[in-house]
Design a protein around this ligand. Structure first.
Ligand SMILES: [Zn+2]
Length: 167
């Protein structure tokens, strides 16, 4: 049974950033941000860019703000992080498996690894699947162009991607 991510966003964010977060903990921050973005009317995606286990930037999908379809969380994180330092060697924690647009940008900028929670199979029932784009582009993911590591999520896919409550 899923737990803990229903508590208010923010409290755990601050708490775990004061310690030495694990990959799993960083990823859970991204999941919380993604859920929060969904609750704010955005798409349920977020990404953190981390260097030397220090947070460089966190970002959410910004498409709902101005309709710009390139405002995926990973690209937003790269844009923000590029203003404060080098990108190569950083690690990205993304709530969902990167789409080909984002994955290309991550590879081209030397990101060392991507950790994510939900893959395309998890997202497909909710319409957040980029498999078709990968196929059109002829981009196989085996072998992956950089380490793409799926970690468990304390949140079920339906909790993040499913129809929001109409309370
Ligand atoms: Zn993307």
């Amino acid at each position: 049974m899923p737990h803990s991510l229903v508590e208010p966003a923010g409290s755990r964010l601050i708490a775990s950033l004061t310690t030495n977060p694990t990959h799993q903990e960083w990823l859970e921050q991204a999941l919380q941000l993604a859920l929060h973005n969904r609750q704010q009317g955005g798409r349920p995606f977020a990404a953190l860019l981390v260097r030397d286990n220090q947070l460089v930037t966190s970002a959410v999908n910004g498409m709902h703000q101005d309709g710009d379809p390139t405002r995926h969380a990973e690209l937003e994180a790269l844009r923000q992080a590029s203003q404060v330092g080098p990108l190569a060697g950083a690690i990205v924690y993304a709530s969902g498996h990167p789409c080909p647009m984002c994955l290309s940008a991550l590879v081209m900028n030397g990101i060392a690894a991507v950790y994510y929670a939900f893959d395309n199979e998890d997202a497909a029932p909710f319409g957040f699947d980029s498999t078709a784009a990968y196929q059109k582009l002829g981009l196989p993911l085996a072998p992956p162009p950089l380490p793409l590591i799926k970690l468990p999520s304390p949140l079920a896919a339906a909790e993040l991607y499913g129809a929001p409550d109409h309370a």
